[in-house]
Ligand binder design. Structure first.
Ligand code: NDP
Ligand code: GDR
Length: 369
């Protein structure tokens, strides 16, 4: 019965709905029968590409997926959206999420990633929604930064190494504080790197899959990278958003590390992508002179460019997700190999599309990052 469905229907608000995780989470919650509201930023060009397939005509009165203009730097707007939507669950995924960019825009990153989180928590309090709106905070393995323990778990001390990570540290603690001070059901998901074909093109995995697919098709000569020794624990975003939801379904708010427990270097990621594309990468030289040669073509396809080095680097991250496994029964389903295969398949399709456009006599612009 329609009436029953509406009463039972849960309502979620997602900040950062136009991002990688926001898009997967919106899809996941809609499949679960939620009414999903998302906050998108005003931009001079359309920025809803990742959620366009979920779009519902605003002329239709009853919609399950609704986008609101907003920004984490604007409290008035956040209070109004939360007041109008009265969400049962708020997922705070919005952030200036690029670590290297945070060195260029430290104040903005702090405003959005740290104070933005405070603004939402305050909105919950101002509106008296402490007992209604559960809150998920997108915390990060970057909090561990210069690692104090291997692998990293919930009790590992934090040592942030970038303006991004320092801002996220504030967000982590303000979520804990509002939970303890005001009884808000607030959780931190300390998520390790997670990727997908929806990953932004300036993060290293997507940068590699995009560039190597284009190199394979002869549309690009070389891929320029920074620190290839960096090691990460890479999972699939689809698996990880399920965990964000699961954390808000528990009886008590608890913080969890979410990771695969496996680690690969940037260099190993390049090799895995090469293998998928039937390229065999041989490394030669050291430091900034290191190059990757595709033995099948004899061409140098990877070079180092110090412009991608960071003032302070996070060299290695490896998560221990055993608490989530034990208490939530969570286990990642998608393997590293499957992640690489899916990303390569998608980027090969996109490169082939661009190649057709090029062959048709139209301009195709290169990737600049
Ligand atoms: P993305 O960069 O793909 O998405 C970030 C989202 O935040 C986008 O929708 C973006 O909008 C939005 N946003 C940025 N600034 C603002 C602002 N001022 N006001 C409102 N919205 C804003 O990130 P991911 O989806 O990968 O990550 C989601 C969250 O999880 C982030 O908080 C990130 O820091 C965190 N995280 C991510 C991990 C990962 O490996 N992916 C690991 C651990 C934590 P627009 O589309 O307009 O740019
Ligand atoms: P990260 O992801 O900083 O871990 O943050 P990113 O993919 O940007 O970097 C991973 C590692 O690769 C090294 N690297 C390069 N990185 C980029 N972007 N471009 C390059 O050319 C390049 N060459 C080498 C980096 O130095 C780094 O060591 C991501 C984001 O999603 C954060 O929001 C999130 O919190 C963390 O993951 C967990």
């Amino acid at each position: 019965m329609k009436w029953e469905r509406e009463i039972l229907k849960k309502r979620a608000l997602i900040t950062g709905v136009t991002g990688q995780d926001g898009a997967y989470l919106a899809e996941f919650l809609l499949q679960k029968g939620y009414e999903v509201h998302g906050i998108k930023r005003r931009a001079s060009l359309y920025n809803t590409e990742r959620v366009d397939h979920l779009y519902q005509d605003p002329q239709v009165a009853s919609r399950d997926f609704v986008l609101h203009y907003g920004d984490l730097s604007d409290s008035t707007n956040l209070i109004r959206i939360i007041q109008t939507t009265q969400p049962d669950e708020i997922y705070n995924l919005a952030a200036q999420s690029h670590v290297a960019v945070s060195f260029e825009t430290p104040e903005y990153t702090a405003n959005v990633d740290a104070l933005g989180t405070l603004r939402i928590l305050e909105a919950i309090r101002i509106l008296g929604l402490e007992k209604k709106s559960r809150f998920y905070q997108a915390s990060t393995s970057e909090l561990f930064g210069k690692v104090q323990e291997i692998p990293q778990k919930e009790t590992t001390p934090f040592y942030p190494r970038s303006p991004y990570a320092v801002a996220k540290l504030y967000a982590y603690w303000i979520t804990v504080n509002y939970r303890e001070a005001y009884g808000i059901f607030g959780c931190n998901g300390i998520l390790f790197n997670h990727e997908s074909p929806k990953r932004g093109g300036t993060f290293v995995t997507r940068k590699i899959t995009r560039a190597m697919c284009r190199i394979k098709l002869g549309m690009q000569d070389c891929l320029y990278l920074g620190n290839m020794n960096a090691k990460r624990d890479w999972g699939h975003a689809k698996d990880y958003v399920e965990m964000q939801w699961l954390m808000l379904q528990q009886d008590e708010p608890v913080d969890y590390v979410i990771a695969t427990g496996e680690q690969y270097s940037v260099r190993a990621f390049v090799e895995a992508v090469g293998k998928e594309l039937e390229m065999s990468i041989r490394w030669q030289g050291e430091g900034i002179d290191e190059v990757g040669i595709d033995e099948t073509s004899g061409k140098t396809v990877v070079r180092v460019n110090p412009r991608y080095f960071r003032p302070t680097e996070v060299e290695t991250l490896l998560g221990d997700p055993s608490k989530a496994r034990r208490e939530l029964g969570w286990q990642p389903r998608i393997t590293f190999q499957e992640l690489v295969e899916e990303m390569v398949a998608e980027d090969l399709k996109l490169a082939q599309r661009d190649q057709l456009v090029q062959q048709g006599g139209y301009e195709v612009y290169p990737d600049f990052e």
